[in-house]
Design a binder for this molecule. Structure first.
Ligand code: ADP
Length: 501
């Protein structure tokens, strides 16, 4: 701002700065003319200040550049009859004046006779140039006057600059800054949460417009906040409703699990006795040589359905127990070799029915595992039972055991590999959820509840183990469980609490 004002003032000052010299020069020229008019009345060539040069070309004034250039000029342009210069070349400033002499004027001057210097007319201009006379005098006073005037201009300019700066500051500080500060105060109040605060600027310029825009922005903000507040309130209300519903759901689920646990227990007792008596009847019928073959077939139907029902009830009971957080662990040092042999013995009849070769691949020496052997066996039993269930007749099911690091700790990996239909990639996680099956038609062809793998997942989490499946659709599946050698107690929480929290 200051620089712009200074520039404007310098621009304005440059005119009088130049003009002062011009008018001084004009004044001096006039005074030289007056002096020469007086001198011409009685020309005295011996006067120091007045110099007379006879001749018509520049060489006549040898050694005096000013005179010689004036002679050249007068010869070339007869309308010019005199010339003035304020010279700065020597030690001090000098005023120099030169006047043309034409016709007999040079001789008359040389003779000391009066000559007329009236305004030279066209006839005079036509006369030949015969010489010049010049006046030279000190111009210290003139130069001083010029500089004096210029200093006044400078002082005036500086004062004007200071005045402008002061006025601008007054305008900015008193006018704009005060308005901006008021606007800032309003903005601070809004930031502090007072959305009723508004700008009251009435400056009638852009600042007032800015204040109005600010006001409408705050009004919009206020509206949005109120809307948000009411949305929040209704959200809070919905949240309360939801949590109430959740509590209800949790309670219903707990009741369901409790009911299932009780009912399953009550169901198992009579079912066990049905299966027991059916087995007895089957044995008697087989011993009876003349027995009707239909009798044996019917009894086997009863047995198959009874065992299926028992398996289903057992799974439901297990799941209900896990969900109610009532599944308990009994940890001991388990021999994996014994466990694998046990599974092989239990599952072989089922495998034989489908002519499936059940192979156990294991190292001769396997470390004991600190775990709940019953639960681990249940997981493996499920894997093997599914493998036999889904593998085609005459195929192989392999149970492989390898030493494996589980989360950096020593452990074992037991895999059950089959050559069944395999599991599509997008289902490989889903099948571990409750009641999920790859294809509902499986239920019809193979039976099952879809709970087996979900129970395995919960049990393996309780044992600190991991499980998963690798499967290539159509080429079979490999279900695996990785278990650390040392049991790491895990804080058990009922599943529902997990979900609710
Ligand atoms: P269920 O066998 O009672 O249906 P599971 O939880 O044990 O329940 O298995 C869930 C589903 O996973 C099965 O219905 C089946 O679709 C799929 N599945 C499990 N094991 C295999 C396997 N070895 N081969 C192919 N599919 C399998």
């Amino acid at each position: 701002m200051g620089a712009t004002a200074a520039l404007a003032i310098v621009g304005a000052m440059s005119i009088p700065w130049i003009q002062i010299r011009e008018s001084m020069v004009a004044q001096q020229l006039q005074s030289m003319r007056d002096m020469s008019a007086v001198w011409a009345k009685k020309p005295d060539t011996s006067m120091e200040r007045f110099r007379f040069v006879k001749g018509s070309n520049g060489q006549a004034a040898a050694g005096d550049a000013f005179l010689s250039s004036a002679l050249d000029e007068f010869a070339a342009t007869p309308a010019n009859f005199d010339r003035y210069e304020l010279q700065q070349t020597g030690e001090e400033p000098t005023s120099r004046y030169v006047r043309a002499l034409r016709g007999d004027q040079a001789d008359r001057v040389a003779a000391g006779e009066t000559i007329s210097l009236d305004a030279p007319d066209a006839a005079w201009q036509k006369l030949p140039l015969t010489g010049v006379f010049s006046i030279e005098r000190s111009a210290v006073g003139v130069a001083r006057l010029i500089w004096q005037d210029r200093i006044y201009i400078l002082i005036g300019g500086a004062l004007a600059w200071i005045g402008i700066i002061f006025a601008m500051r007054l305008l900015v500080v008193r006018g704009y800054l005060r308005a901006v500060r008021r606007l800032r105060d309003v903005a601070n109040r809004v930031r502090g949460g007072d959305l009723s605060s508004r700008s009251q600027l009435r400056t009638g310029d852009e600042l007032e417009q800015l204040g109005n825009s600010f006001n409408s922005m705050v009004a919009t903000l206020d509206g949005s906040q109120k809307q948000l507040q009411s949305m929040n309130e209704s959200l809070d209300f919905k949240l309360v409703q939801l949590s109430e519903a959740n509590v209800g759901l949790f309670e219903s689920n707990r009741l369901k699990s409790e009911f299932l646990a009780n009912v399953s227990h009550e169901l198992r007792t009579p079912l066990n006795s049905v299966i027991g008596f059916a087995e007895l009847l089957a044995e008697l019928a087989r011993k009876d040589v003349g027995a009707d073959p239909k009798r044996i077939r019917y009894i086997e139907h009863i047995l198959k359905s009874g065992r299926g029902l028992l398996e289903m009830i057992n799974e439901l009971l297990d799941m209900a127990k896990i969900e109610a957080g009532r599944m308990e662990l009994s940890v001991s040092n388990a021999s994996i070799i014994d466990m694998l042999e046990g599974i092989s013995a239990i599952m072989r009849p089922q495998a034989d029915l489908k002519k499936i070769a059940l192979e156990i691949h294991r190292a001769d020496e396997l470390p004991t595992v600190e775990t709940d052997p019953g639960k681990l066996q249940q997981i493996l039993y499920n894997f093997v039972s599914n493998a036999i269930k889904f593998s085609p007749e005459g195929s192989r099911v392999i149970v492989r055991t390898e030493v494996w690091a589980v989360d950096g700790a020593p452990g074992l990996r037991i895999s059950v590999v089959d050559s069944g239909p395999g599991i599509p990639l997008d289902m490989q996680q889903t099948i571990f959820e409750k009641f999920r099956q790859v294809d509902a038609s499986h239920t019809k062809s193979h039976g099952g509840t879809g709970l087996g793998l979900a129970i395995c997942r919960e049990l393996s989490a309780m044992l600190g183990a991991k499980l998963g499946v690798e499967s290539n659709s159509k080429k079979g599946s490999s279900f695996w469980v990785e278990i650390p050698l040392e049991f790491r107690a895990k804080k058990l929480t009922p599943l529902m609490t997990d979900r609710a929290g």
